[in-house]
Design a protein around this ligand. Structure first.
Ligand code: HEM
Length: 428
């Protein structure tokens, strides 16, 4: 997509919700302008007048170049994850509970981060991963078989969303009758400004978000109880029994990790698959290259889908001391930065012809899974696998699938969401 460069530098207001509703070509143009003219730009925050209980934030720095994001990612001692992972802070009491309940390891610094990450990554045993790989195949099979005879469906809700949901729930041994509750709750948590996931009229938005998080906590508590003392390859059983350096995870830590998995592993993979189909349909010659030589092209095609879709638009860090320099800007303790992966993934200093969707792009140093550092995505391998298997199944079983309309985008600055995408194919 060619950028629309009509937005003037001073009119680019990433801290305001309206910006995130602009057409994507205008978003592309705005980030190109920032990278070129003000690569670390101070942004004011939306006062959110309809939510008086929400404090007006002090603003943040938008970091838009690939090189600066690499630097910040490699220095967690200067750029902390522990004061929030999204840019807008809620009321103080909300923030504290949110950090504790929603964020798990993604919102921690070392040494606590390293200790917990070691325990949970110990749960990703080769046996568990081998089982998950087989499950991804079986699950993708089932999902496509369910839609095959229909000739049309909503690609996001019927296909793209189902795979990561089934895999994470299965990995955690959540019973299938709770899958839809997990789906609804994670949509609400990451719904952002989007009216489709907004609270019913008269409901406090904070209570609505907490309600969704509590649904996940309850599902996990039930699952933990069911698995305690049992044997099994699932992650919950492993985490309940895991002991590293004499320490075990508490039930609250397991529940909070489950919320992170639901949010980090579900929405992201769903959006990569959803945007993936959109880009393949928009670029039929690229689709042909992949479809004709699936296995050879898959590794680069998947990387390109993650680059172009950038399912996580940014991650926040908070500066830990006065006088920290990034690029030309000197920052102070508690200053917030947004590392805009979306923008880094289009940085012309790193990517040749960045707006071209190229399934054979190599090298492809995309930052969709985060920069090099302690928080690099724990599920990157699994996500790549899910995207590969899903497109292999689609090309095998519904090879003429086409998007039948424009993507219905989520109104959100954090997640590049795609809520619905109508699609059509010859029914089997
Ligand atoms: C295309 C799909 C995915 C994308 C684009 C993605 C992206 C990311 C990003 C950007 C981060 C944060 C890095 C940072 O703080 O800078 C992250 C962290 C994380 N992701 Fe993913 N992710 C995906 C899929 C998954 C899956 C499938 C899982 C698990 C099943 C997962 C689990 C995690 C976890 C646990 C973390 C936190 C790691 C830590 O803080 O130490 N992700 N991911």
């Amino acid at each position: 997509m060619e950028p629309d460069r009509s937005l003037a530098l001073d009119d680019i207001r990433l801290g305001y919700r309206d910006f995130w509703q602009l057409p994507l070509d205008v978003r592309e143009g705005a980030f190109e302008t920032l990278r070129r003219e003000r690569p670390i730009a101070f942004m004011e925050e939306d006062p959110l007048e309809e939510f008086p209980q929400w404090p007006v934030g002090p603003g943040f720095y938008a970091v838009t170049r690939h090189a600066d994001i690499l630097t910040a990612s490699k220095h967690p001692e200067l750029f902390s994850s522990a004061k929030g992972i999204t840019l807008q802070d809620g009321p103080e009491e909300f923030q504290e509970i949110a950090n504790e309940f929603f964020n798990s390891i993604i919102g921690m610094d070392d040494p606590r981060h390293a200790r917990l990450r070691k325990i949970v990554s110990g749960g990703f045993t080769p046996r568990m991963l081998a089982k998950v790989e087989a499950d991804v195949q079986a699950s993708a099979d089932r999902i496509i078989d369910r839609i095959r005879s229909t000739g049309s469906c909503d690609f996001v809700t019927d296909v793209a969303a189902r795979l990561p949901l089934e895999i994470i729930c299965d990995m955690m041994a959540v019973p299938p009758e709770r899958y839809d509750d997990v789906f609804d709750a994670s949509n609400i948590i990451l719904g952002g400004a989007d009216p489709e996931f907004a609270p019913p009229e008269g409901t406090d938005p904070i209570a609505h978000g907490f309600g969704a998080a509590m649904t996940l906590v309850n599902i996990m508590n039930e699952t933990v109880e069911a698995r305690r003392g049992e044997e099994g390859d699932d992650l919950t059983t492993t985490l309940v029994n895991a002991e590293v350096d004499g320490e075990r995870l508490t039930d609250a830590e397991i529940a909070s990790f489950f919320i992170l998995l639901c949010v980090a592993g579900n929405e992201t993979t769903r959006n990569a698959i959803g945007w993936g189909l959109h880009h393949l349909c928009e670029n039929p010659e690229q689709r042909r290259i992949w479809q004709e030589n699936f296995d050879e092209v898959a590794p680069t095609a998947v990387e390109e889908i993650v680059r172009v879709s950038s399912p996580v638009i940014y991650m926040r860090r908070t500066v830990t001391r006065d006088g920290v320099q990034l690029g030309d800007v000197v920052m102070n303790e508690n200053d917030k930065i947004g590392m805009f992966y979306w923008s880094a993934n289009r940085d012309e200093a790193v990517f040749e012809d960045p707006y071209r969707f190229d399934v054979r792009r190599k090298p492809n140093d995309q930052l969709g899974f985060g920069g090099p550092g302690p928080h690099f995505c724990m599920g990157a391998h699994l996500a790549r696998r899910e995207i590969t298997v899903m497109f292999r199944e689609l090309f095998d079983k519904v090879p003429d699938i086409e998007a039948a309309g424009p993507p219905d985008r989520l109104w959100n600055s954090f997640i590049n969401g795609i809520k619905h995408l109508p699609c059509e194919f010859s029914p089997a």
